[in-house]
Design a protein around this ligand. Sequence first.
Ligand code: CA2
Length: 158
Amino acid sequence: MADILVLHGPNLNLLGRREPQHYGHDTLAAIDQRLAALAAAHGHRLRSLQSNAEHELVEAVQRAGEDGTAFIVINPAAYTHSSIALRDAFAAVGLPFIEVHLSNIHAREPFRRRSYLADLACGVISGLGPKGYELAVLAAIDHLAQRTPDRGARRGHS
Ligand code: CA2
């Protein structure tokens, strides 16, 4: 059993209500529910947090570095393209993470092509809609299964 944290950046609380051509029809609550069920089906615990505030996302990453969180899936939204603070937080905690975007950031305005996080991430999924989050969680689960078992796991505990 491992803890996976899903972070959603600014304006993603509007999902399902505006701009379906870019971001689809699912609400964030529906996406988070599916992700928690997916993780639980694989014996893991998944928590989600959305914030419109950069410092809250930075603090969530810092907390994750200390509370036993094993993996982060993040859609940093607009902070992808601007946040050195978020980058520094990921670099400081050193937790593995996957960057997810609902839309294909390479098929939109040029400023969306630059990510301050991508080179630190295990991987980036972009353009697959909400399915991208599910694929990221499955990849996280796979990543966690490859870890060297700790003493507890070797004795048959999760
Ligand atoms: O494609 C993505 O997931 C993005 O991270 C979404 C960000 C955008 O700034 C990135 O370049 C790509 C924007 C999130 C805004 O979310 C909304 C959701 C519904 C309605 C309006 C905005």
